[in-house]
Design a protein around this ligand. Structure first.
Ligand code: TYD
Length: 240
């Protein structure tokens, strides 16, 4: 398989075409951004860690019937993925109220609730990724109601699978952001972006310590060490 040209460059990843139809190479960069690109830094090793963590999580979902774009890992920072048509929406699943949701609802960060809360955001940097609802998404022509149902179902199933997986690793999956696309080969709605400490809130169950991008957002230091701990713990769980 040969890598061809760069077809997409984001802040934290690159996508290359290949000589295989409908397959692309996803390359994870060492750059980290937050607050809609206002805060930016480089962390050596972050790309390789997210490549491995995302591979474990996406592969686990594939094996358990939740379709994702992940095919296989190619190298330290690269994985082979299915090509998709981007849907500019973010489905955000919350198991505990944290971050901007705590502010929005006027509760303390860490507020515990019995139900799973799902939010929808319009992936649009110019608008600061605003919260929207299903009707807005359909009105803008971003997805159909049926596709939105599929995204919500897939996000909830992914959460139902990953929450216990992280729990086995002594980590609480507080929330996570999932992006979807339409698979170029079948048209199916599939998870089509990384799932990693960049896109989740992950709290150590024993100490409450944050093991995710909040370490960078909140200047808590030991960013790479925390991502590395997540990988090490997940590896132990999946190798059992
Ligand atoms: P959300 O509650 O939507 O926003 P905030 O990060 O402001 O609290 O975020 C929930 C999760 O989604 C959190 O783990 C961060 C992640 N997320 C992203 O990865 N990218 C984004 O653009 C946004 C808005 C959230």
């Amino acid at each position: 398989m040969t890598k061809r040209e760069l077809i997409f460059e984001g802040n934290e990843k690159q996508v290359f075409s290949t000589d295989i139809p409908d397959q692309v190479i996803f390359r994870y960069k060492d750059v980290m951004v937050a607050y809609n690109n206002v805060k930016r830094a480089r962390f050596a090793g972050k790309g390789a860690l997210n490549n491995q963590i995302s591979a474990i999580l996406l592969n686990y979902l594939n094996e358990n019937g939740v379709e994702t774009h992940y095919i296989k890992t190619l190298g330290e920072k690269e994985q082979l993925c299915r090509m998709i048509e981007i849907i500019p929406l973010q489905v955000v699943v919350h198991n505990r109220i944290a971050g901007s949701l705590a502010y929005r609802l006027g509760v303390q960060e860490g507020f515990s609730h019995p139900n799973t809360v799902v939010d929808l955001r319009y992936n649009n940097d110019d608008l600061d990724d605003p919260l929207i609802n299903r009707d807005h998404a359909v009105a803008l022509g971003l997805a159909s109601y049926q596709e939105l149902d599929e995204m919500y179902n897939s996000a909830r199933r992914a959460n139902d699978l990953l929450k216990p997986l992280f729990h086995k690793a002594g980590i609480e999956l507080v929330d996570m952001k999932i992006e979807f696309g339409r698979a170029a080969d079948t048209g199916a709605i599939i998870i089509s972006d990384e799932i990693s400490p960049d896109t989740c809130r992950l709290w150590d169950e024993a100490t409450g310590e944050r093991l995710d991008k909040d370490r960078f957002r909140l200047d808590l230091s030991r960013v790479v060490e925390s991502y590395s701990a997540v990988l090490e713990r997940l590896n132990k769980v999946i190798s059992k």
